[in-house]
Design a binder for this molecule. Structure first.
Ligand SMILES: *[C@@H]1O[C@H](CO)[C@@H](O)[C@H](O)[C@H]1NC(C)=O
Ligand SMILES: *[C@@H]1O[C@H](CO)[C@@H](O)[C@H](O)[C@H]1NC(C)=O
Ligand SMILES: *[C@@H]1O[C@H](CO)[C@@H](O)[C@H](O)[C@H]1NC(C)=O
Ligand SMILES: *[C@@H]1O[C@H](CO)[C@@H](O)[C@H](O)[C@H]1NC(C)=O
Length: 336
């Protein structure tokens, strides 16, 4: 019986190992979105390892929220507390700066991106960019604040004032050129089990909204996979269907990804089509779902029935060996 079950199990639960790597260029950056409205400020702050949010700023307590157990990287509590203090005073100081020094009035939005990115796998390059009302305002290069052309006179004045403080410039430089690269490397190391995990996709088929008379829209949903790179195609045998339309790869709430691939076909031509999924977690055993084929849960039901039959057969043999039948008219007793 086990010989029968093994191939079935491997068909239902394909496995395999494969090497995982980082999918995005290595970078870490902080994003600040502040809005001044009705005489008061609202701040949102977050920290991103590539496209993964790893930190948030709690502006009511002035503290860092660590979104993962490994979000502290390899920094000590003291070093993290120093950073918290720095950002806390920064948030307080810069609030007045735009209003009193630059005479921004009424309501306005401010965005800051600050961080470091690994260039050509060798050296980290730090960056700081500030935008106001969605337009580039100023940046930081070579330890100097530089106004953006679109920032006008206000940007020039802001840079003039900020460049007067060597201490502030030095701190920003240290933040993006020393602290950020060290923190990023420590974070990548601390989080590597999570970042290099392989999560297998689930796939299912549905028909989409009717695309027109006599046509079918076949939809192949692929969900819950990690990392992001994935290959999904509608196939007829080994023939890739060029009409396959891929949607955008969308994030699931748990950090995995979702993608759908659709194919518009004449109703009579749907039979024989299959959706094929390749993903690093599948170890070369592609997921193939045939249009109109029984659902995977049928396979599970079949498995349950086979197991139940096997148990019953075993029980039957055991009973035959250990018990004898005494049959009375209309009733059967089991006797030892
Ligand atoms: C503006 O803020 C004041 C208090 O600071 C509040 O009473 C008022 O309702 C606010 N107005 C709007 C439009 O939010
Ligand atoms: C932010 O800080 C406040 C005040 O200390 C606290 O009550 C709140 O739970 C914190 N929020 C988060 C998401 O940690
Ligand atoms: C920064 O300084 C380097 C040399 O120190 C120079 O080659 C480069 O052009 C400068 N970049 C900017 C944007 O000023
Ligand atoms: C953290 O790890 C990075 C990279 O391995 C290293 O350069 C750094 O010295 C470590 N410790 C701290 C406190 O940054």
């Amino acid at each position: 019986m086990l010989f029968l079950l093994l191939p079935l199990l491997t068909a239902l639960f394909p496995g395999g190992d494969s090497e995982g790597g980082f999918e995005e260029p290595v970078s870490y950056h902080l994003i600040q979105i502040s809005s001044f409205y009705n005489h008061s400020w609202k701040h949102l702050g977050s920290g991103w390892l590539g496209k993964l949010e790893t930190h948030r700023w709690n502006s009511s307590s002035g503290t860092i929220i660590f979104l993962y157990p490994w979000s502290r990287g390899n920094f000590s509590n003291n070093e993290l507390m120093d950073l918290e203090k720095f950002f806390h005073t920064y948030f307080i100081n810069h609030q007045g700066f735009y209003i009193s020094q630059l005479m921004f009035k009424d309501s306005f939005d401010l965005q800051v991106a600050l961080g470091c990115e690994l260039h050509s796998g060798k050296a980290f390059v730090g960056f700081l960019q500030i935008a106001i009302q969605g337009f580039e305002f100023m940046s930081f290069q070579n330890e100097t604040f530089l106004p953006s052309p679109k920032g006008g006179e206000k940007a020039q004045k802001a840079c003039l004032l900020l460049n007067l403080s060597p201490a502030f410039k030095h701190t920003i430089h240290r933040l993006i050129s020393d602290i950020c690269p060290r923190f990023t490397l420590g974070l990548l190391d601390a989080g590597k089990t999570y970042l290099q995990r392989q999560v297998k996709p689930e796939a299912w088929l549905t028909s989409g909204p009717n695309p027109g008379s006599g046509h079918l829209l076949l939809v192949c949903h692929v969900s819950g996979f990690y990392p992001k790179p994935v290959w999904v195609m509608w196939m007829r045998g080994e023939q890739e269907q060029q009409g396959t339309q891929r949607g955008d790869i969308l994030p699931n709430a748990d950090g995995t990804w979702y993608l759908r691939a659709t194919l518009d076909v004449a109703a009579g031509e749907a039979a024989g089509l299959a959706c094929r999924v390749k993903h690093s977690s599948l170890g070369g055993q592609d997921l193939i779902l045939h249009w109109g084929a029984p659902h995977r849960s049928l396979g599970l039901i079949l498995l349950a029935v086979i197991v139940a039959l096997a148990l019953l057969t075993g029980l039957g043999f055991w009973l035959r060996k250990h018990w004898t039948y005494y049959e009375a008219p209309g009733r059967a007793f089991l006797l030892k």
